[in-house]
Design a protein around this ligand. Structure first.
Ligand SMILES: C[S@@+](CC[C@H](N)C(=O)[O-])C[C@H]1O[C@@H](n2cnc3c(N)ncnc32)[C@H](O)[C@@H]1O
Length: 297
């Protein structure tokens, strides 16, 4: 049916995205914004319309849907949980690198790990958390740094919890296989000692994390804006380039929960463009660039 002139005008006014094969109205965009905020605490502002359109148009195509209204109907339906998960994966950024922000790993190696390894050698539990670990480069960089100081670390009660909301990135992380170009940032000596060549027939042929590295890391699906089942406090938390996508109120809550989850004088590493904010600020002292210490430096 040809729309009336007034309908066409209304459609143009309501349209959040010009052009393209699928209609995306502001109402659809608001539904997507609200769902992402409810599920993951992520705040998408209106400038993200083109990103939402381009990333989700692929989902509409795969599902054979005709417009975003039907897509929104699907994600809000009772059986829509799987697609909500796919939407989240499509709209989040998983960019990461081995030894990203190398000064954090220098700080870890020279200032924090010597004491923590000595504690673990005396039998004390040591726990490190990589929160929002994406495809695993961050927790494996922590594990490689630990092994460079204590090659038998896997025999100690020293473990890294690596968590993310997205099961797809966790599957890659668990496999621990990375193509050649991604491992360039790993120092050669570490690579040759703790990694091996991956089976050339496997999907991500290249390098494979060795047993000692993998033994140190436990991967878990966890929404930072949900409940945290962990009982033990952490001596160190890495949460880098994750909360940047949350609004201020959500960020403030997360900083406070991290402060509650650290041991006294525990350390928090955050992304280069992030700052601890809200009431928890006074509980931390700065201890170097984007590095904080509970109770002061
Ligand atoms: C840009 S990556 C950061 C990876 C790594 N921390 C780094 O700095 O290289 C952000 C990760 O945060 C995850 N993420 C986003 N919202 C989350 C949430 N509510 N709970 C847990 N992880 C979340 C994403 O799935 C993504 O893998």
């Amino acid at each position: 049916m040809t729309p009336h002139r007034s309908d066409t005008k209304l459609a143009a006014k309501d349209s959040a995205h010009e052009g393209g094969e699928y209609a995306l109205t502001w109402e659809d965009f608001r539904t997507i914004q609200a769902t992402l905020h409810e599920d993951a605490g992520i705040a998408l502002d209106d400038s993200k319309v083109p990103l939402v359109y381009s990333r989700l148009a692929k989902r509409l195509r795969a599902l054979g849907l005709e417009n975003f209204r039907d897509y929104c109907g699907l994600i809000l339906s009772q059986g829509g949980g799987d697609e909500r998960q796919r939407m989240l994966a499509a709209l989040t950024t998983n960019v990461t690198r081995f030894f990203r922000e190398p000064h954090h790993f220098d700080h870890l190696r020279t200032r924090l790990l010597p004491k923590l390894i000595a504690d673990a050698e005396r039998g004390a539990p040591v726990r490190i958390w990589s929160a929002g670990c994406s495809t695993g480069q961050e927790p494996y960089s922590i594990a490689l740094t630990i092994l460079s100081l204590q090659p038998k670390a896997a025999n100690l009660d020293l473990r890294i919890l690596a968590s993310d909301i997205d099961p797809n990135v966790l599957a890659v992380a668990r496999a621990g296989q990375y193509p050649d170009d991604l491992v360039d940032e790993i120092p050669r000596d570490m690579r040759s000692r703790w990694m091996g060549r991956a089976d050339a027939r496997s999907a991500r042929a290249g390098w494979q994390m060795g047993e000692d590295v993998r033994e140190l890391v436990r991967f878990r699906e966890l929404n930072l804006n949900g409940t945290w089942p962990m009982k033990r406090p952490f001596q160190i938390i890495f949460c880098r380039n994750v909360v940047i996508y949350f609004n201020e109120a959500t960020q403030a809550k997360i900083w406070a929960r991290f402060a509650d989850s650290l041991t006294p004088a525990g350390s928090l590493f955050i992304g280069h463009s992030e700052r601890v904010s809200g009431p928890a600020t006074s509980r931390f002292g700065t201890d170097g660039l984007t590095t904080y210490r509970l109770g002061g430096a």
